[in-house]
Ligand binder design. Structure first.
Ligand code: ATP
Ligand code: MG
Length: 254
């Protein structure tokens, strides 16, 4: 088991955003997390990555409880993520954005960059080379010198994935990676996500676009903070509770 979440619960004042959620991801799997707006999906990601602390429950990564650890510590352990609303370094270029993420890794600390310690220049050349490899993989090379804030939304999403990959994750959490993309961009991004998965990265993803749910191994459905179902897309399409809570009438027609 790579990721094991048990009884995860988060209250925001009187609001229960996540309630007793259990979820497991095995190494090499690609798992979907779906549910209506406000169901608690992003909150689950924030709880896994240490951006917020759970009211109750456990998050185990590689068998160890990581609850209470800081986001950069969890990132260093191998959990990378993208954000639903891409917090990029808006005034950095595309290349600088990706290079900056490499510094999250303990072997290339920002402190040695500031102190200009021996080996730093070599390290910087290495980081730029690696960052360019990621940009190449994601089709961003021609945009590498543009400011992040000037990119169209689809490319900003892709840059978010590039930044997450630069932290060299074992587990990658993608929060609505297809959000705001054109049809062509969606197709391309789905291919990229497949490639990332084939390279050995385990993926947990949130997405409202059901196209991508056809290529995941399993899906968890949450509604009002509760896990209401888990299974393959075929199994969920037959599940009345899921149809009622999430798919609505459109799925019955498909
Ligand atoms: N920091 C916070 N403080 C207070 N309430 C919050 C906070 N973050 C999330 N919530 C609330 O928790 C609930 C779950 O929100 P969350 O963002 O996890 O939903 P979601 O499933 O990601 O929805 P969407 O599909 O719209 O992205 C919502 O009611 C939201 O308003
Ligand atoms: Mg969300």
């Amino acid at each position: 088991m790579l990721l094991e979440i048990s009884n995860l619960t988060k209250h925001f004042g009187g609001l229960t955003a996540v309630s007793g959620v259990d979820l497991k991801v095995d190494p090499g799997e690609m798992v979907g997390l779906i549910g209506p707006n406000g169901a608690g999906k992003t909150t689950v990601f924030n709880l896994i990555t240490g951006f917020i602390k759970p009211t109750k429950g456990e998050v185990k990564f590689k068998g160890k409880n990581i609850v209470g650890q800081k986001p950069h510590v969890i990132a260093n352990k191998g959990i990378g993520r993208t954000f639903q609303l891409n917090p990029l370094f808006a005034d950095f270029t595309v290349l600088q954005n990706v290079a900056a993420s490499f510094y999250l890794h303990p072997k290339s600390s920002l402190i040695s960059a500031f102190l200009n310690l021996p080996g730093y220049q070599r390290n910087e050349d290495y980081i730029n080379k690696k960052a360019k490899e990621i940009l190449d993989l994601l089709g961003l090379t021609t945009h590498q010198d543009e400011l992040a804030k000037n990119l169209p939304q689809g490319y900003q999403k892709m840059l978010g994935i590039a930044r997450a990959l630069a932290t060299r994750p074992t587990l990658l959490l993608l929060d609505e990676p297809l959000g705001g993309m054109s049809v062509g961009e969606i197709e391309f991004t789905m291919e990229i996500i497949q490639k990332i998965r084939e390279s050995g990265v385990t993926i947990l993803l949130v997405e409202h676009n059901m196209q991508i749910m056809d290529i995941v191994d399993r899906i968890y459905v949450i509604s009002f903070g509760h896990r209401i179902a888990t299974g393959t897309i075929e199994e969920l399409r037959k599940n009345n509770e899921v149809i009622e809570a999430y798919f609505g009438a459109q799925i019955i027609d498909t």
